[in-house]
Design a protein around this ligand. Structure first.
Ligand code: ADP
Ligand code: MG
Length: 256
């Protein structure tokens, strides 16, 4: 039942990022970031608060624009300066994201949260979308909550709805930005379990998290970023057990 049974990632990279640079005004937030992610790979990004983790993954689905560099997602090239493009629209349909705050639509039932995008964007029939939604909710253990509204659910349940909603679009890549950071401790496990299962099923995932035990378990690769630069990356064993850089060592000493 563990991650080790997963077949090794292979094939052309789904994310190709070369010398990506991002500024917020005078602040140089991402500095020459190179990143390739292969289909099936699970990449975990770690680093201190403010190091640029969120900005990095938000660039991948065009939620943040960048100023310089190359970025391609599943063959769709995003231009610097965030020009609206066909590529951007395509990427948005192929990349799912789960945020720290669940960002569910409060006025829609759980089920309608999950069926909205497939019916509006994919033009799925209401019947098919409904069946898919129930299957996805079932998979994360909350099919019995389908008729409720987000405010009636616990944080852990809401985050599992957010995950189901993203998966309903059949994404090729899933981005997670600290998906358990807003949860009470007793609810973290149920969300990590759902993510673990997704990883085991071969989903390509880029995950920002402070859950180091989880990172060690699911990651094919761990990337440590500091002040907008990739300082070190490798397998969980390499990064956690034998970090090469002093900065990585001092970060890990603080969080482990
Ligand atoms: P992390 O996710 O690692 O905590 P972020 O990517 O959120 O880091 O932020 C990186 C840096 O960019 C921080 O210094 C943050 O204050 C700054 N920043 C993030 N978003 C904005 C924004 N919209 N406008 C200006 N500065 C921002
Ligand atoms: Mg962040």
């Amino acid at each position: 039942m563990t991650h080790q049974n997963k077949s090794r990632p292979e094939g052309q990279p789904i994310v190709r990022m070369e010398k990506l640079n991002k500024h917020f005004g005078d602040l140089h937030v991402l500095n020459d970031i190179d990143l390739e992610v292969t289909p099936g790979e699970v990449v975990v990004i770690i680093g201190a608060s403010g190091s640029g983790k969120s900005t990095l993954i938000r660039c991948i689905n065009g939620l943040e624009e960048f100023q310089k560099g190359f970025l391609e997602v599943d063959g769709n090239q995003l231009e610097p300066h965030g020009k609206a493009s066909r590529a951007l629209r395509q990427i948005r349909t192929e990349v799912g994201m789960v945020f720290q705050q669940f960002n569910l639509f409060p006025h829609l039932s759980v089920q309608d949260n999950v069926t909205l995008a497939p019916t509006k964007v994919r033009h799925a029939s209401p019947d098919d979308a409904h069946k898919t939604a129930l299957k996805l909710l079932e998979r994360v253990g909350i099919a019995d909550q389908a008729e409720k509204f987000p405010s009636q659910l616990s944080g852990g349940q809401q985050q599992r709805v957010a995950l189901s909603r993203a998966l309903a679009m059949e994404p090729k890549l899933m981005l997670f930005d600290e998906p358990t950071s807003a949860l009470d401790p007793e609810m973290i496990g149920e969300v990590l379990d759902a993510m673990r299962e997704l990883a085991r099923d071969g989903m390509t995932m880029i995950i920002v998290t402070h859950e180091m035990g989880f990172a060690r378990e699911v990651a094919d690769r761990v990337i440590y970023i500091h002040k907008g630069e990739i300082v070190e990356q490798g397998t969980p064993e390499q990064v956690f057990d034998n970090p090469q850089h002093e900065r990585t060592r001092s970060f890990l000493a603080r969080v482990l």
